[in-house]
Ligand binder design. Structure first.
Ligand code: BES
Ligand code: ZN
Ligand code: ZN
Length: 501
């Protein structure tokens, strides 16, 4: 995907389709300035109720049928943003996404988007990301040579007629594209089936990110035994695939003294539940159980592309969770990296077990200024918030607040749940230090967070984000988020890191 910007008049524009986001109540007025006949055409569409400018409304027409002043604009795609009174910036994102989807549906290889006058650099950057996200397709496994007959949307121009050349939109657009591409990379990792995306495959993909300011190390079973990562090894016991601990670091050129943030991601490349096996209906979805690890790698890629002035330590415990004669059993007691003993009561609560080692390792090896973990940890997260927001909890109010603010700005919503001491009591075991279940079916999301808290020293600010509901969508819920892996969290965390105080 190529995205550029142009400040020339739309009369000079050469494009297969000009996407025009418009408000319902003031729809044609801006276009009147460009060409009264275009505005008339839209008024006519309006009066025939073909297009009202509501959110989700889309209409495609050929400008040559109404005016001769846009000789090189083959199509116009009108996308509605609803009425001004209910407008929020998210309406703009959705409209741009819908425009891109429509261009894709018509098999166009290029398009342009008419942006509002005075569009800021931040908005241009964000919309470049949205364009990249909306253009995403997962088609590796389609053997028909679709690409040849149907070119994919490869070039998009952001039109800012009259914008001053001095404003550096070029850099903003490149940054937006980089964020979109990293998010699509996360989607790919999440969408690949588990027979392809094995622990070793994920580790290989991580290694390919190495170079420049990024360093990547991978540890296999022998090293994990040596350093006593008993929890990760316990989950891996049922599988013939070797578990991997991926450790990646980003250090900006300037500022070795920059704050160090650890990202810990759950990397279960397939979660069958293990001996506490899951029902077979829907089990195929569990190829996505490494979305936390994938998201952390996506953020790492953006940190390098944007040269963010923070340091990152990414720690990813990666394994399959399968049943076999050698698998960990309910009732087993294991010892984690920080010497805490864990009674395994349900082998399907494996995410918190591998994260126990990941969190303890991140804390001990890096002594970071903060730890953020990302995990598709509980079905209860979906029960609580559906697919619209991710539960967050942690030990530091300032860090939780910063994440809430980033969520507000990016539209990747979070909702805080409490981590009171009473909940931490609920995961204490009668015969070991902790157990990997809370009290029955109650407070399932919090039980996960409460368990994790035993593996993070209290003096390190830490937040746990449960992305079970947001990282894989059962259907498209936003025009720039298709069904399947969403890459949710990349924009959220990049915004957080950019505004790090
Ligand atoms: N990977 C699942 C959680 C999950 C469920 C993610 C649905 C995405 C969609 C996790 O390992 C799991 O199985 N959790 C159990 C925990 C329970 C046994 C305490 C769950 O949520 O049922
Ligand atoms: Zn599980
Ligand atoms: Zn899982």
């Amino acid at each position: 995907m190529q995205i550029s910007w142009s400040n020339s008049s739309i009369h000079q524009l050469k494009t297969s389709a000009l996407i025009v986001p418009l408000l319902a109540d003031v729809a044609p007025s801006r276009l009147r300035g460009f060409d009264p006949r275009l505005a008339e055409a839209i008024t006519k569409l309006n009066s025939h109720h073909d297009w009202r400018g509501d959110k989700g409304d889309v209409a495609l027409f050929y400008p040559a049928t109404v005016t001769d002043r846009l000789p090189h604009v083959a199509r116009i795609i009108l996308v509605g943003m609803g009425h001004q009174a209910d407008w929020s910036y998210e309406s703009m994102r959705q409209a741009v996404g819908l425009g891109i989807q429509t261009a894709k549906k018509h098999r166009l290889s290029d398009a342009a988007i008419l942006l509002p006058e005075g569009t800021s650099l931040a908005t241009a950057r964000d919309l470049a990301t949205i364009v990249t996200l909306a253009a995403y397709d997962f088609s590796y496994y389609k053997t028909q040579a679709r690409a040849k007959d149907h070119p994919s949307l490869g070039r998009v121009v952001l039109c800012l007629p009259g914008a001053e050349v001095e404003i550096n939109y070029t850099q903003a657009v490149a940054a937006g594209l980089a964020i979109g591409q990293a998010t699509n990379f996360v989607r790919d990792l999440t969408n690949h089936p588990a027979n392809v995306m094995t622990p070793r495959h994920l580790a290989q993909d991580a290694k390919e990110l190495a170079g420049g300011d990024v360093q990547v190390q991978v540890y296999g079973r022998a090293e994990l035994e040596k350093i006593k990562m008993g929890a990760l090894l316990a989950v891996a016991r049922g599988s013939v695939e070797e578990p991997q601990l991926i450790v990646a670091q980003y250090t900006p050129k300037l500022g070795k003294k920059a704050p160090l943030i650890a990202l810990v991601g759950k990397g279960i490349t397939f979660d069958s539940g293990g001996i506490s096996i899951k029902p077979s209906d829907g089990m195929e979805e569990m190829k996505m159980d490494m979305a936390g690890a994938a998201t952390a790698l996506g953020v790492l890629a953006v940190a390098r592309a944007l040269e963010l002035p923070i340091r990152l330590a990414v720690v990813l415990p990666v394994t399959e969770n399968l049943p076999s004669g050698s698998a960990t059993k309910p009732g087993d007691i294991i010892t984690a990296y920080n010497s805490t003993t864990i009674e395994i009561l349900n082998t399907d609560a494996e995410g918190r077990v591998v994260l126990a080692d990941g969190l303890a390792y991140a804390a001990q090896e890096f002594a970071p200024d903060a730890i953020i973990d990302l995990a598709t940890l509980t079905g209860a997260a979906i029960v609580a918030l559906g697919h619209e927001a991710a539960p967050v909890m942690g030990n530091n109010a300032a860090l939780v607040t910063a994440i809430k603010e980033a969520a507000e700005r990016t539209g990747e919503r979070v909702w805080e749940l409490p981590l009171w001491d009473e909940y931490k009591e609920q995961v204490k075991s009668e015969i070991a230090d902790v157990k990997n279940l809370g009290e029955g079916r109650t407070a399932g999301v919090i039980a996960g967070g409460a368990f994790l808290s035993y593996f993070v020293p209290e003096d390190i600010p830490w937040v746990h984000i449960d992305i079970a509901g947001t990282s894989m969508l059962d259907k498209s819920r936003r025009s720039y988020m298709p069904k399947g892996g969403s890459g949710w969290g990349v924009r959220l965390l990049v915004d957080l890191l950019e505004n790090w105080k």
